[in-house]
Design a protein around this ligand. Structure first.
Ligand SMILES: NC(=O)c1ccc[n+]([C@@H]2O[C@H](COP(=O)([O-])OP(=O)(O)OC[C@H]3O[C@@H](n4cnc5c(N)ncnc54)[C@H](OP(=O)(O)O)[C@@H]3O)[C@@H](O)[C@H]2O)c1
Length: 222
């Protein structure tokens, strides 16, 4: 993985439907097949960090550890959670507690919640005092902690902010043979969106693979 200055190299990884959704209107996100899970877990074993937004933790309660691989090295888990809303019972804290979990919050996060998360084993990183976690600060702090590459596993809101901030270097996207529809179903990238095509990042298509009815695309930032 290439070096990108004093921040980790970021790979956005997701499985989306043909119509660009990563979950249904009810939040069901089980789009991957077994092969896709194996690809995702192989990548998890290769990176030093794996990052999600609090929306994904609350919707899916993921473990964010590596499966399918013998004696894997688990990456550090990172949850972007401005207000320290991560439940102390969340699997990112209780499952394999020996795997480190960082919760990135703002200076305004409630102190009592932060104390609870610390007691539950989380390492807290304060990133700015705005409404939301300052992602550039977070990337610098992760780099200073020795994390040189990380996998961004969504969801849509965090994907948008990371892309908007120019912090995504590579995208590994699986397209599942499904059409989900729904105005409120979560897209790969949510947020305010770009106004004009010229503002949107232009990517280079590096690889295309077909796996049964699934398509795997790899893009890199130009
Ligand atoms: N198919 C897939 O590959 C896949 C992968 C991952 C997730 N998903 C699905 O995606 C859905 C969750 O996506 P989501 O868009 O609702 O939530 P999300 O992106 O997981 O989390 C968004 C939340 O992160 C917090 N946050 C803190 N700082 C932020 C910043 N600078 N920018 C953006 N967010 C920041 C915000 O909450 P606070 O303001 O409270 O901090 C924000 O609401 C779930 O249904 C999940 O199943 C699917």
């Amino acid at each position: 993985m290439a070096k990108v200055g004093k921040r980790p190299y970021v790979i956005l990884s997701a499985c989306m439907s043909i119509d660009g959704k990563i979950a249904t209107i009810t939040g069901d996100s089980r789009l991957s097949d077994e092969q896709d899970f194996m690809r995702v877990h192989k990548l998890r074993a290769e990176v030093e960090g794996i990052m999600v937004g609090i929306g994904t933790v609350l919707a899916d309660d993921p473990k964010l550890t590596v499966k399918y691989i013998k004696n894997p090295k688990n990456p550090t888990r990172i949850v972007v959670d401005s207000k320290a809303k991560t439940p102390k019972t969340a699997l990112v804290l209780t499952y394999k507690p020996e795997v480190p979990t960082i919760i990135a919050v703002t200076e305004n996060a409630p102190k009592d919640k932060i104390e609870l998360l610390k007691k539950a084993g989380a390492h807290i990183l304060f990133c700015g005092s705005d409404e939301r976690v300052d992602l550039k600060t977070l990337m610098e702090k992760l780099y200073d902690m020795g994390i040189r590459n990380l996998m961004l596993e969504g969801g849509g809101e965090l994907n948008w902010s990371m892309i908007k901030s120019g912090l995504v270097d590579e995208i590994r996207l699986t397209i599942a043979p499904r059409i989900l529809g729904g105005n409120k179903a979560i897209s790969l990238v949510r947020g305010a969106g770009f106004q004009m095509i010229d503002e949107a990042p232009n990517l280079s298509l590096i690889d295309v693979k077909k796996d049964g009815d699934y398509v795997i695309l790899t893009y890199k930032r130009i």
